[in-house]
Design a protein around this ligand. Sequence first.
Ligand SMILES: [Zn+2]
Length: 273
Amino acid sequence: MKKALWLGLIALSLWGVEGFNGKSTLLILPSPSGTMVLADRNISVVPHPTHPTKGLAIIPIDYEAPLGERKLTWVNPAGTVEMNVMVKQGVYPTETLTVEPSKVTPPPEALARIASEKAQAEAIFAHVTPTRYWDKPFIRPLDSAITSVYGAARLYNGTLKNYHSGVDLRARTPIPILAVNDGVVVLTQERYYCGNTIIIDHGEGMYTSYLHLSRFDVHVGDRVRRGQPIALSGATGRVNAPHLHFGMTVQGIKSDPLDLITQINTLFTKEPQ
Ligand SMILES: [Zn+2]
């Protein structure tokens, strides 16, 4: 291993890494090889999008992850490097929503459907396609105001149900929804909670989701390009107003999508150290 490489590694392991629950930590590494191991999760180190001799590890930290210091290990052909990641609490609001009671406490006949849709989504997100389909910065799926941020703790009809796993963008009338980057459509389906849903695989374990749509303009298996209209927004599923719910899943974990897009896009404008 080259001297500069070792110096970089020593710096990383001494300084440690900071992260926040619900967000992804991006690490630039001296080589695009090996695997990052965080708890029981293995994350491939992939080439940096503009400096492919450098490595990139996108490490998602679960919203419900315990806070505090955790060990992160880079297992690569030249050896093993240990560092620490300090997981801190992200700043997230609390929201109160009023929706149709059947969508908060679903009727018994809907439970099997809900469970099967959850398992189906988990199976999709667990799959890591080794190809990276994108080579440009990400865009937003529509140019509109944010009506609910990622990470909001949610009280539905007075009961704490979950946290908001994506971002909501205003879309009062049906408007075209754009693919945020190149990828392959892996799901177009009407779902109990999410309504009409599209999932795009961007490769390397990264997926984007588009919910509550009123119309699909793509099919499963389609290769889509950044900026391509894929659907019309709508109000299907568990909603109290028409909007787009947009989510990003990395290595099976739902990460703050706009924060992740900002971090990835910075790779295109900032020289890696
Ligand atoms: Zn939402």
